[in-house]
Design a protein around this ligand. Structure first.
Ligand code: COA
Length: 315
């Protein structure tokens, strides 16, 4: 397949490091030097669903596609306002599509998982046009009192319309042991109408273990997909790396021996938006005129599971 349209949507409310330092034992200096994050967006008047629908409509506009021509809607999401139905069912109805829809929880790798599933369905002749929507609000899962996680995440949504093409040159998905390095259990007291605040069960994260997993798997995944696509790291025009920690992105740059200019970031403005991270960044780079037809793009992400994925795509 190929990406024919892309869109993104972010909540209005900005929470800066300084604002967090007023309620937590942390500082702008600590957050900036350890993560690269300066501010993030959090839900206030919006719902995850609103971001998903907004990003989806923008991607459809960008592709010039009538929603009725969609054959499949896939939403990547970890948590939203509804336990059931799937977020994709609501998005499908609100945009006016008439096709099957499904959600997948691929954590921060959801975009690459969704593109790979779209591509697989396309290859067996089941679909032509697929809408992938990644919409996340990780702050729903954490407590604002928990400085180890509260500073890292933000909400956002990114969507892509995939249409027939042979632009996905290689994809790799992995899973490794270590699910208990990053998890959250259901809070059985959940009330879907009261999900705008944090739940009272903590997100459990062993940051250093996740950091080590991320750096090793991303470099390895990228090397494998480069080899599969029969190209080298130098051939890639732009690397889209999951925006979780600037130090992880810098490490990958160094290990691949590639210049910083090839690694756009928006982590400083949005923090870690989970699966939405890659399509939001792609949308921003495209809007800034940073993509030319024929460019070779590399994507790499990692997340809870522990899962990871990488993809090479011709723009
Ligand atoms: N503000 C100030 N201090 C903080 C803090 C915060 N927000 N969070 C943790 N600290 C403290 C710790 O308590 C620790 O204190 P101690 O030395 O007195 O015990 C110290 O800072 C160092 O903590 P450590 O965990 O070693 O920091 P780190 O350099 O590993 O950075 C992360 C922590 C979370 C930023 C980093 O490990 C990371 O980014 N890991 C990957 C996480 C990730 O990507 N998760 C999402 C996956 S999709």
């Amino acid at each position: 397949m190929k990406i024919s349209g892309i869109g993104s949507s972010l909540p209005k409310k900005v929470v800066t490091n300084e604002m967090l330092a007023e309620i937590l034992d942390t500082s702008d200096e600590w957050i900036t030097t350890r993560t690269g994050i300066k501010e993030r967006r959090v839900l206030s008047t919006e719902y995850v669903l609103d971001l998903a629908v907004d990003a989806a409509k923008k991607a459809l506009d960008d592709a010039g596609m009538d929603p009725k021509d969609l054959d499949f809607v896939i939403c990547a999401n970890v948590v939203n306002e509804y336990v059931t139905p799937a977020l994709s069912c609501i998005v499908k109805e609100k945009i006016g599509a008439k096709c099957p829809c499904v959600d997948l929880n691929g954590a921060c790798v959801g975009f690459i998982y969704a593109c790979d599933i779209a591509e697989a369905y396309y290859k067996i002749g089941r679909v032509k046009n697929v809408l992938v929507v990644c919409a996340e609000a990780p702050a729903h899962m954490l407590g604002w009192h928990d400085r180890t996680c509260a500073v890292l995440f933000g909400a956002g949504s990114g969507a892509a319309v995939l249409t027939p093409g042979d632009n996905i040159l290689a994809t790799r998905l992995t899973s490794s042991d270590g699910w208990d390095r990053l998890y959250e259990m259901h809070n059985l007291q959940w009330c879907p109408y009261d999900l705008k605040g944090p739940t009272n069960l903590p997100l459990v994260m062993h940051g250093q273990d996740v950091f080590k997993f991320a750096t090793s798997t991303c470099v390895n995944d990228l090397k494998v997909v480069l080899q599969d696509a029969k190209i080298t790291a130098d051939d890639i025009n732009t690397y889209f790396i999951h925006q979780a920690n600037l130090r992880i992105i810098k490490y990958i740059e160094q290990m691949l021996g590639q210049p910083t200019e090839k690694f756009p970031t928006n982590i400083e403005r949005y923090g870690n938006t989970s699966s939405a991270s890659l399509p939001i960044l792609l949308d921003e780079v495209k809007k800034a005129g940073g993509l030319k037809e024929g460019d070779l793009l590399a994507f790499s992400a990692f997340g809870a599971g522990l899962v990871s994925g990488a993809m090479i795509m011709k723009w």
